[in-house]
Design a protein around this ligand. Structure first.
Ligand SMILES: [Zn+2]
Length: 576
C-alpha cells in the first residue's frame, strides 16, 4: 500500500549544540573560531573527550552538508555561474583549510590518554585510519604527494579531450559508445575502430604518464618504510579487514567459476546473432536486434513506479523515497544545462539524503534509481548514529546496500515494467551484467597488483601482462583477430588505474555480498530484510566482516562459497 505524501514524517533536522542555529558560513574566518575552540579545549576526562568528539562531529556534519548543497545545485544548473563560483570557492579556499585542522585535532584526540577508555568498537573503527595516518606520515612525502595529485589530473584532461568524427559530427567517446548498440553491424565496427584508433593516438602519452605515476608512488612507499607500493597503499586505504592474499583468492575463484559462465553467455550471443565469429563490436547490441527498452514516460512515472515497488518490498523502503520526494530531495530527469551522472548524496544535518539522476526513461535509469535508492535507505538507517564519522562508509559496505537492492527488487520489477517480454529481457540483461562485473573487476585488480609488484617494467611488458590477464579472466569466444593493438590497450580506459590506484576490488566484494543477500532473501525474506536493515543501521561502526555477518552473509572468497552464489545466479537466470 502506498502512503499519502502528507502522512510521511520528514526527519527532524539534527539540533545543533555547538554552532548557532542560524549559522552561515561565507569564509573560512566564520568557522575557524569553532575549530580553535576545540583545539584549545583541555581534555581531562573521558566525558570531555566525548564532548569534543561530538562538537567536531557537528562541524563536520555542517561542512559536509554545506558542500553537498553547493555541489548538487551546481550540477542541476551548470549555466548559473554563481553556483559554480560558490562551489569552487569552497573547494579552493575552504576545503584546503579544513583537512589539516581536522587532522591535527584527530591526532590530538587519539593520543589523549582517555582515548583508550573509549572501549566501544565504533571509536576504534573510526580512529584506526587516523592512527594509521600518523604511522604513515613522512615529511619528505608531502611534496611528492602534491606532485602525484597534480600528475593524476593529467589522465582526465587527456581523455576528456578525445573525440571522434562520424557522420559529419564530433562525438565524445561516451557519446560515440551509443553507436556500439546499433543494430547495423558495419556501423558498430566503424565506430568501434574510430574509438580505438583515437585511444591509440594517446597511448604513448598515457604510457609515459603511468611510468611516472608508478615511480612516484613507489618512492612514497619506500620513504614510508615499505618495500612495495601495494602494501603501503593497502595501509593507506585503511584495508584493515583483508589482505593481498584475499584479493588473490578472489581472482582465483573468479577465474575458475566465472570464465565458463561468461563463455556460455557469449556463445549464446554468437548463435542468436547467427555470426560465424563474435567480434568486440558485437557485445553491446541486443541479441534479437531490438532497440533499447524505454519503459518510462517521464521522471514522475519512473519515480511513482519505483516507489510503489519499494513499498511492495518493505514499507520503510517506500517511506524513504516518499520522504525525499516530500522534501524536494530528488532531481531525476535529464534537463538542459544539467550535468551528467547519478548519485545519492548523504546530508548529515537534514537526515534525508539527495538523489540526483539524468533519467530519460530507460531500464538503465530504473536500475540507477533502485541503486541510489539503496544508498538512500543506508543514509536514513545510519543517520541516528552519534558521530558523523560513523556514517562515513567504506565502499565495501556502502555498495552492498545499493547492489543488494538491485537484486532484491527483481521479483517486483513487474510493478514497473508491465510488458512480459520487456520484463524478461530487462531482468536477463541485468543478471548478465551482474556476472560480467566480476571478471572485469578481477582483471583490473590483478593488473594493478602486477604493476606494483614489477615497478620497473617497460610499456611493452605491461601490455603483455595485460593481455595475459585479460585472457585469463575473460571470454575466449570473442574473436580478436587482427585487433591485438586494441586489445592490449583496453586498460587505458580504466580511470582508476591512473587516478585512484587499487580502488576497484571493492565493487567485486560488494557484488558478491549483494548476491548473497539476495539468495538469503529468496529463502527467507522477512529475516533477510531484518538483518539487512540492521547491518545498514551500523554505518561503519564495526569491521567489514562483522557488518557482513550482521547482514547474514560471509566475507569470504573461497571457491566453495563463491560457487554457491554463482550457481544461484545461474539458476535464476535460467528460470527467466
Ligand atoms: Zn553505488
Amino acid at each position: 500500500m502506498i502512503k499519502n505524501l502528507n502522512e510521511i514524517e520528514v526527519p527532524a533536522k539534527t539540533k545543533r549544540n555547538f554552532l548557532p542555529e542560524f549559522f552561515l558560513m561565507k569564509t573560512w574566518q566564520d568557522i575557524a573560531p569553532y575549530f580553535n575552540k576545540i583545539e584549545n579545549t583541555t581534555i581531562d576526562s573521558k566525558e570531555k573527550l566525548v564532548e569534543v568528539l561530538t562538537q567536531l562531529s557537528e562541524l563536520e556534519a555542517f561542512l559536509e552538508e554545506d558542500l553537498a548543497w553547493k555541489y548538487i545545485k551546481m550540477n542541476i544548473d551548470t549555466t548559473n555561474e554563481e553556483l559554480s563560483k560558490s562551489f569552487n570557492y569552497f573547494i579552493g579556499e575552504i576545503q584546503p583549510k579544513i583537512e589539516p585542522v581536522i587532522n591535527t585535532i584527530r591526532k590530538k584526540l587519539v593520543e589523549n590518554p582517555f582515548f583508550e577508555q573509549l572501549t566501544d568498537d565504533a571509536y576504534q573503527i573510526l580512529f584506526r585510519s587516523v592512527k594509521q595516518g600518523i604511522k604513515l606520515f613522512r615529511e619528505e612525502n608531502i611534496a611528492l604527494q602534491a606532485e602525484l595529485h597534480q600528475k593524476e589530473q593529467e589522465y582526465g584532461a587527456t581523455v576528456a579531450s578525445l573525440t571522434i568524427h562520424y557522420q559529419d559530427k564530433e562525438h565524445t567517446l561516451a557519446q560515440a559508445a551509443v553507436f556500439l548498440k546499433s543494430t547495423n553491424r558495419d556501423e558498430r565496427e566503424t565506430v568501434y575502430r574510430l574509438i580505438q584508433q583515437k585511444r591509440l593516438s594517446v597511448k604513448d602519452k598515457l604510457d609515459e604518464l603511468l611510468n611516472q605515476l608508478i615511480k612516484l608512488r613507489n618512492t612514497i612507499a619506500i620513504n614510508a618504510g615499505f618495500t612495495s607500493y601495494t602494501d603501503y597503499k593497502f595501509a593507506e586505504m585503511g584495508r584493515f579487514d583483508y589482505t593481498v592474499k584475499d584479493c588473490f583468492n578472489f581472482h582465483k575463484s573468479i577465474e575458475t567459476l566465472l570464465v565458463p559462465i561468461i563463455n556460455e553467455i557469449d556463445l549464446e550471443r554468437k548463435s542468436q546473432l547467427k555470426y560465424t565469429s563474435l567480434r568486440p563490436w558485437d557485445l553491446d547490441v541486443d541479441i534479437e536486434g531490438r532497440a533499447p527498452l524505454k519503459p518510462f514516460e517521464s521522471g514522475t512515472d519512473l519515480l511513482e513506479k519505483t516507489t510503489q515497488m519499494f513499498y511492495a518490498i518493505d514499507t520503510y523502503f517506500g517511506d524513504c523515497l516518499l520522504k525525499m520526494q516530500k522534501m524536494g530531495h530528488l532531481d531525476l530527469e535529464s534537463k538542459k544545462g544539467k550535468a551528467p551522472g547519478g548519485f545519492n548524496y548523504p546530508l548529515y544535518e537534514s537526515g534525508a539524503p539527495f538523489i540526483y539522476m539524468n533519467s530519460v526513461g530507460t531500464v538503465r535509469d530504473f536500475v540507477t534509481l533502485i541503486h541510489e535508492g539503496g544508498h538512500a535507505i543506508h543514509s536514513f538507517l545510519s543517520h541516528p548514529l552519534a558521530l558523523t564519522g560513523f556514517k562515513n562508509l567504506t565502499p565495501e559496505i556502502a555498495e552492498v546496500a545499493s547492489m543488494s537492492m538491485e537484486l532484491i527488487s527483481l521479483d517486483f520489477w513487474h510493478l514497473a515494467i508491465e510488458k512480459e517480454t520487456d520484463l524478461k529481457r530487462a531482468k536477463k540483461e541485468h543478471l548478465e551484467q551482474v556476472l560480467e562485473t566480476l571478471p572485469w573487476v578481477a582483471t583490473v585488480d590483478a593488473f594493478q597488483h602486477w604493476l606494483y609488484a614489477n615497478p620497473n617494467h617497460h610499456a611493452k611488458e605491461r601490455a603483455d601482462s595485460w593481455l595475459e590477464l585479460y585472457n585469463r579472466f575473460n571470454s575466449s569466444i570473442v574473436d580478436w583477430e587482427g585487433l591485438t593493438s586494441y586489445k592490449s590497450n583496453i586498460w587505458q580506459k580504466q580511470l582508476h588505474i591512473y587516478e585512484v590506484p587499487f580502488y576497484y576490488i571493492e565493487y567485486g566484494f560488494a557484488q558478491l555480498a549483494a548476491i548473497a543477500v539476495w539468495k538469503n532473501y529468496k529463502e527467507n525474506p522477512t529475516q533477510t530484510l531484518q538483518q539487512f536493515k540492521y547491518a545498514l543501521s551500523l554505518g561503519y561502526t564495526k569491521s567489514i566482516p562483522e557488518i557482513y555477518r550482521a547482514a547474514g552473509i560471509g566475507f569470504n572468497f573461497s571457491e566453495d562459497y563463491i560457487q554457491s552464489l554463482t550457481d544461484f545466479v545461474k539458476k535464476e537466470l535460467n528460470a527467466i
